[in-house]
Design a protein around this ligand. Structure first.
Ligand code: URA
Length: 434
């Protein structure tokens, strides 16, 4: 087999066979095929696309390029949840304990934040001592014992995707639907839960700005998962403003704890319940979405989910006092209010700008190696739909450096879009793909 022929075949719009896909994925991972040939192939795929069989074959070849976790030691239907990345997205911190407190095993791999989006691992590290560096044995043992464990994504899962994604990033070949779907799903299939619930974000702060693209991505990922024998659901959710009111690690953890105490903001809870219902249904714990929601609501009312969160933090070596006393969590020493100067209604809050403001404060990573300040961030005092007058506080900045706070101020002011007429009510849940 020759790489030249594979590139030429795709350039002419033909489908690649499983053997051809395995040939280039394995050859590239080993370092036998150079970047320039894979770059040419990626560009050909961007123009010609891939059919369903090719997309599945690529996903499986990338999954099999590294370790596939053996979760057979965990009893029951293991569920995993993945978000395509947003601003203020702390749903995993709330959902994990809610679902686990119903006795459903939550075996989750999470990543760190990069750029304007946050990551679950960073948030969990707000609990002093918390560790996600679990051995596979400990991971399985924890899920069996307390029904939840979260582990940092290891480099041994889907190494082909890691190499390919880095190449796509610098060759303008990231934004092809089948490549994105196979990239995300290769990692999820390597993490190997039985049921995977995807949160596909759409809007100005999301990877998929247009709703129709988000649905197309959701459908493609659900199809790949089903073809690989997994139970699948994808919920397409709004990211036209940050989710909830808190952006920044420590502030988001506080908001998650508030949510577990029944005080979560409505937009955040709408997304939590929509994803949670799919997780409960996939695990076979409820027959209908209504029944699933009622079960989930009970976990909040009875504080079972809050106690499960504390147990989870403790088992992963974190200080659980912070769960019951979130005021112990560190917040930036400088607090700066962002003031409004127009009369009207908030129609949009550019999530990406808010994420970038948090990055400027030191709360996010510019490169994978950056150190981050867990205590900084932004609290949104106003959200979409709210009526505002001049002088109202739009947001509060938590910082440790005045220059950075001023820089963030400018970004936050620009993120708020205000109109004269009341803003239309936008649903957080755009739809579900099963
Ligand atoms: N996230 C991924 O993991 N892969 C992509 O290709 C795009 C977003």
């Amino acid at each position: 087999m020759r790489m030249y022929d594979i590139i030429s075949k795709k350039k002419h719009g033909k489908s690649l066979s499983r053997e051809e896909i395995q040939f280039w994925v394995n050859g590239y991972t080993r370092g036998d095929i150079p970047d320039y040939q894979i770059s040419a192939l990626m560009m050909a795929i961007c123009f010609q696309g891939m059919d369903e069989t090719e997309t599945l074959d690529l996903t499986l070849a990338m999954r099999d390029s590294g370790e596939v976790l053996d979760l057979s030691g965990i009893h029951g239907t293991k569920v995993d949840k993945h978000s395509t990345g947003g601003v203020g997205d702390k749903t995993s911190l709330i959902l994990g304990p809610m679902v686990a407190s119903l006795g459903i095993p939550v075996a989750k791999m999470s990543g760190r934040g990069l750029g304007h989006t946050g990551g679950t691992i960073d948030k969990l590290e707000c609990f002093p001592g918390f560790s996600t560096a679990l051995s596979k044995e400990k991971f399985c043992q924890n899920v069996n014992q307390i029904k939840i464990a979260i582990m940092g994504q290891t480099g041994s899962l889907a190494p082909a995707d890691k190499k390919l994604y880095a190449l796509r990033d610098v060759t303008a070949t990231v934004d092809q639907l089948s490549l994105i779907a196979s990239s995300i799903m290769s990692k999820k299939l390597a993490a190997n839960a039985d049921a995977i619930v995807l949160d596909v974000k759409t809007g100005n702060g999301a990877f998929m700005k247009k709703e129709e693209d988000a649905f197309a991505l959701a459908r493609e990922m659900v199809q790949i998962g089903k073809n690989a024998g997994k139970q699948m659901a994808a919920v397409v959710t709004d990211m036209d403003q940050p989710l909830g009111r808190a952006v920044g690690n420590s502030l988001e953890v506080k908001e998650a704890v508030l949510a577990l105490n029944g005080l979560g903001p409505s937009d955040l809870m709408e997304v939590v319940y929509a994803l949670g219902k799919e997780m409960v249904l996939a695990a076979g714990r409820a027959e209908t979405p209504e029944e699933a929601r009622a079960l989930l609501e009970q976990t909040i009312k009875t504080k079972a989910a809050l106690d499960k969160f504390a147990e989870f933090v403790e088992v992963q070596s974190g200080d659980k006092r912070f769960v019951y006393q979130p005021e112990l969590l560190p917040v930036g020493k400088i607090q700066l209010q962002v003031l409004n100067n127009e009369e009207g209604f908030i129609s949009r809050i550019y999530a990406e700008e808010i994420g970038l403001a948090s990055l400027v404060l030191g709360g996010g990573r510019i490169t994978k190696e950056s150190e981050i300040d867990l205590s900084v961030g932004i609290l949104l005092n106003k959200k979409r739909g709210d009526r505002v007058n001049p002088g109202d506080v739009l947001a509060t900045i938590y910082a440790n450096d005045m220059e950075r706070a001023k820089d963030a101020y400018g970004k936050i002011v620009c993120a708020f879009q205000i109109q004269k007429e009341p803003a239309e009510n936008i649903s957080m849940i755009k739809g579900v793909v099963r």
